[in-house]
Design a protein around this ligand. Structure first.
Ligand code: PLP
Length: 404
């Protein structure tokens, strides 16, 4: 048996160096706790970066995945797939504001955004007959993934550096400062294909748009015939206390939205949901994925959505989110000049610091609690939605000591 240190040494030799992992080798998890190979226990308040809404090794998810694995893991989209149809039906029923809508499945958040981009492009070109509408806007500070098109639409230079020249139709709008910020809204015109935005910017530092802005954006897109895409990869699947982030805040629905992360509780999956009118752009042969919507991932997705419903996790998320925000607010008072502001909604919360959040997150980890950094200076909480108030308190206390 290798020790933790020995595993790390091998990792440093055989893995590409695109990650900078913390020096911990994880072995197993249960609920909101994980253990490393040295048997040290951690309270997991980052949840696989918002990908484990029902926690680790939840009975319902373990059963669904085990039974599906023993029945049929994969067949491809050359055939209809029972679990895929059932999961699409469930998601469509939850996305009431887009009904009638259609669902396409893939395997990750970046892929889901790629699908949304291709759908919008094809909608303008083939359905509307407007090939001149080429520009897609995203926002400064956004994060939409690591594929070429999604990185081109990611509004943070550090993710784009070294990959240029990127895509010339990918452009950025300034992050809005008010509900009617003309700098952002007026740039959208009848030459625009689509706008993509996160209802809450997650990787950019848990930034919530000014109240009213999404309503104004919706109107501007309607007035100009621009496709409005929401990237719900991090905000979807209960994270904000609603099934989808757009159902909170201004409660403005997009034309198309993407999902991934929490949808199958850690089993790779991605999806887009598109209003029928826009979904028409995907005709046979126009887009596809070998693994997308496979029986295993969709069985996991069904188990996650059913568990969120059965355990009342939307209301719980709202309640725990308020508790967490209140506790973080205490840290702002207690550590003036260091902790500046609490941001977010539900169980996607950030504590904005005056400086680099990385050393703080490392100190918190040494105290046995897992958090992550967003936007360089923000400590992010994205715990499983099953988290208890006592567990959140344990996390906030560790953060409190680390800030001191
Ligand atoms: C808002 C958002 N979009 C897209 C992605 C990319 O998802 P994935 O890593 O599954 O490709 C992420 C990942 O952090 C995200 O937060």
């Amino acid at each position: 048996m290798r020790t933790e240190q020995e595993w790390i040494e091998v990792a440093q030799r055989v893995l590409t160096k695109n990650y900078k992992p913390q020096p911990v080798v994880m072995e197993r998890g249960k609920g909101c706790e994980v253990w490393d190979v040295s048997k040290k226990r951690y309270l997991d308040l980052v949840g696989g970066i918002a990908a484990c809404p029902i926690g680790h090794a939840h009975e319902a998810l373990v059963r669904a995945v085990s039974e599906q694995a023993a029945t049929l893991i994969h067949v491809s989209n050359l055939f209809y797939i029972e679990k895929q149809i059932a999961l699409a039906e469930k998601i469509e029923s939850l996305a009431k504001e887009l009904q009638p809508a259609r669902v396409f499945f893939c395997n990750s958040g970046a892929e889901a955004n790629e699908a949304a981009i291709k759908l919008a492009k094809r909608y303008q070109t083939m359905v509307k007959g407007k090939p001149e509408r080429t520009t897609i806007f995203s926002f400064e500070g956004s994060f939409h993934g690591r594929t070429v098109a999604t990185v081109a639409l990611t509004g943070q230079e550090k993710y784009r550096a070294g990959f240029g020249p990127l895509i010339e139709w990918a452009r950025f709008l300034p992050w809005p400062e008010s509900a009617t910020d003309a700098r952002a809204l007026d740039a959208i015109s009848e030459q625009t294909c689509a706008v993509i935005l996160e209802p809450i910017q997650a990787e950019g530092g848990i930034r919530v748009p000014p109240p009213g802005f999404l309503r104004a954006l919706r109107k501007r897109c309607d007035d100009t015939g621009t496709v409005l895409i929401f990237d719900e990869v991090q905000t979807g699947v209960g994270r904000t206390g609603h099934w989808f982030g757009y159902q909170g805040g201004d409660a403005v629905a997009p034309d198309v939205f993407s999902l991934a992360k929490g949808l199958a509780g850690g089993v790779p999956i991605g999806a887009i949901v598109a209003r029928e009118e826009f979904a028409r752009a995907f005709e046979p042969g126009t887009h596809a994925s070998t693994f997308g919507g496979n029986p295993l991932a969709c069985a996991a997705g069904l188990a996650v959505l059913e568990t969120i419903e059965k355990e009342g996790l939307l209301a719980h998320t709202e309640k725990m989110g308020r508790h967490l925000a209140g506790r973080l607010q205490e840290l702002v008072k207690k550590h003036p000049g260091v902790a500046k502001e609490v941001r977010g909604a539900g169980l996607l919360r950030g504590l904005a610091l005056a400086g680099d959040a990385t050393p703080v997150v490392q100190k918190v980890r040494d105290r046995g609690v897992l958090l992550s950094v967003a936007g360089g200076t923000v400590v992010r909480f994205a715990p499983p939605l099953i988290v208890t108030a006592a567990q959140l308190d344990e996390g906030v206390d560790a953060l409190d000591k680390s800030l001191a």
